[in-house]
Write a protein that binds this ligand. Structure first.
Ligand SMILES: Nc1ncnc2c1ncn2[C@@H]1O[C@H](COP(=O)(O)OP(=O)(O)OP(=O)(O)O)[C@@H](O)[C@H]1O
Length: 256
């Protein structure tokens, strides 16, 4: 579990996070949602230590990131997997080489052990047999799977995904969401996903944190979101006709 307590962050005198508190639960897909510019990325970067907040606590199962020394941060990093926007694969490395990379950086595994672990992860994400291909030779959805395999290579306790569906078609997006959700449950990972994607929100939102103008305005899940009376959240999630109709359908059926 990750607990974020009363986080403040500003850039050049402009307050971006204004006392955000949230809990991200173990073994669940935790979503951070909000409009563009609301502070989602700054919040996620603060949690992983890429941005240092002026104030607050970031507790990884009770361990405060902001109080850690360099060695403790390095050790915590081995427990964290990250999936960046795009896929951020190394173009000059094969699929297998990409997945082996964190193992090379953070473990003393032998070549054979590394290969075996990387192949296991590739198989887990449904990419058996693609070891020797280069990122440019595979589709965007497959690249995302390689990035997921790389992110889970070190068997992380915590997994951070920044807009995992960006650039993917709706069908592939759902498959990637399902994969992230399955992995989260199977390995009991605390998964935190930054997303704009309403399909993801309504599909895998087990714990949803809504950020609006630097404040945490709502916390709930994909069931509760249909009943929200929060105007900003409702406007954000049900902005399109399609999602408005989904909402009406769900509420109508719940009352029958
Ligand atoms: N390094 C930085 N320096 C100055 N301002 C920044 C920096 N990083 C973020 N900001 C500002 O903080 C605000 C929140 O940005 P953030 O990237 O967190 O938004 P977001 O909710 O993730 O948006 P999007 O969904 O478009 O990625 C924006 O106004 C942005 O310009």
């Amino acid at each position: 579990m990750i607990e974020v307590k009363d986080i403040y962050k500003s850039f050049d005198g402009v307050q971006v996070l204004k006392g955000v508190s949230a809990t991200f639960e173990t073994g669940k897909t935790n979503l951070i949602i909000g409009q563009s510019g609301s502070g989602k990325t700054v919040l996620m970067k603060s949690i992983v230590g890429l941005v240092r907040p002026e104030k607050g606590e970031i507790l990884y199962d009770g361990r405060d990131l902001l109080q850690m020394n360099r060695e403790q941060v390095r050790s915590l990093r081995t427990e964290i997997g990250m999936l960046f926007q795009g896929s951020a694969l190394f173009d000059s490395e094969t699929v297998l080489g990409n997945v082996e990379f964190p193992l090379m950086m953070y473990t003393r595994m032998s070549d054979a052990e590394r290969r075996e672990r990387a192949q296991f992860c590739l198989e887990r994400v449904g990419l058996k047999g693609a070891d020797d291909k280069y990122p440019s030779e595979i589709s965007g959805g497959m690249q995302k799977r390689v990035a997921i395999a790389r992110a889970i290579a070190l068997n992380p306790k915590y997994l951070f995904c920044d807009e995992p569906n960006s650039g993917l078609d709706p069908k592939t997006s759902i498959l990637i969401d399902e994969l992230l959700s399955d992995i989260t449950h199977e390995y009991q990972i605390t998964t935190v996903i930054n997303t704009h994607d309403m399909n993801s929100v309504l599909g895998i939102g087990e714990n949803i944190v809504f950020i609006n103008k630097g404040y945490r305005e709502w916390v709930g899940n994909k069931e509760l979101i249909y009943e929200t009376t929060n105007e900003a959240l409702s406007h954000f999630v049900f902005a399109t006709d399609l999602f408005q109709k989904v909402k009406e359908y769900v509420i109508h059926n719940a009352r029958r």
